[in-house]
Design a protein around this ligand. Structure first.
Ligand code: KIV
Length: 276
């Protein structure tokens, strides 16, 4: 097996300059990460969406730094080429700059993250500067910021109306100036996302933000069709794993009950099988 070096934050940044789109998806464990890495995904995000997508919680707020480091380590272990970004979870950077640097350090050192992502605009410029100064690249995240769901009042589109659009543009610029190497735009009208993209030298990565962004990200369980009840407008399903896995499990259970599994081919006799 050929060992390759993972893409760096700078390599992702250069993709914008080269006009190459960035394909990013979330991953939470080694099994999924390996498939995605082998399939050529550019970046894997250990999103705090793990709280909702994997654990079935109603928000991302309950996820801790230790849990993120645990999931991140599983992903980095499996990856050869993809850049691995780890989300800084709720309250790991909001209370102080010191918290921000320490917790980013935990995700990089213990989780093996190549970079970290945090939610928020110009108000987090200092935290971003200090994390970058500590040697850890930072991806920003504006628009819908799910850690502020209680303040925003839901998971809806952000940046509509002149004032809100101006604020998002200002935030995006502030993130670039603070040293972010890329920024996620979540649930932003496509015209505004395209305008922000054109105003930055760093790549934008959209989710629910149209195709004017420099890259796209989707939550893997959503994109692969694990949850038939989650059907937001922006989501395109690239597989229906709910059906594929359901069919396989029904088949297995039926064969166990009928006695068809395990057959001779899938069991051991008292003599070792003859080598062919
Ligand atoms: O947690 C997450 O999965 C994210 C993406 C939706 C961008 O932040």
């Amino acid at each position: 097996m050929q060992i390759r070096k993972p893409l760096t934050a700078n390599a992702l940044r250069k993709m914008k300059a080269d006009g190459e789109k960035i394909a990013m998806m979330t991953a939470y464990d080694a099994a999924f990460a390996r498939v995605m890495d082998d399939a050529g995904i550019d970046a894997l995000l250990i999103g705090d969406s793990v709280g909702m997508a994997v654990r079935g919680e109603k928000s991302t707020l309950g996820v801790t730094v230790d849990e993120m480091a645990y999931h991140c380590r599983m992903v980095t272990r499996a990856v050869q080429r993809a850049h691995v970004v780890c989300d800084m979870p709720f309250m790991s950077y909001q209370a102080s700059v010191e918290d921000a640097v320490r917790n980013a350090g935990i995700l990089a050192a213990r989780g093996g993250a190549h970079s970290v992502k945090l939610e928020g605009g110009e108000e987090y410029a200092e935290e971003i500067r200090r994390i970058v100064r500590a040697g850890i690249p930072v991806m920003g995240h504006i628009g819908l910021t799910p850690q502020s769901v209680n303040l925003l009042g839901g998971f809806g589109v952000q940046g509509r109306g002149e004032e809100n659009a101006k604020k998002l543009l200002r935030d995006a610029k502030a993130l670039e100036e603070a040293g972010c190497y890329a920024v996620v735009l979540e649930m932003v009208p496509r015209e505004l996302a395209a305008k922000i993209t054109a105003s930055l030298t760093i790549p934008t990565i959209g989710i629910g933000a149209g195709n004017g962004c420099d890259g796209q990200v989707l939550v893997c369980y959503d994109a692969l069709g694990m949850n038939p009840d989650f059907t937001p407008k922006f989501l395109k399903r690239y597989a229906n794993l709910y059906e594929v896995i359901g069919d396989a499990v029904r088949n297995y259970a039926a064969e166990v009950k009928s006695g068809a599994f395990p057959d001779e081919e899938h069991s051991f006799g008292d003599k070792p099988a003859q080598k062919k």
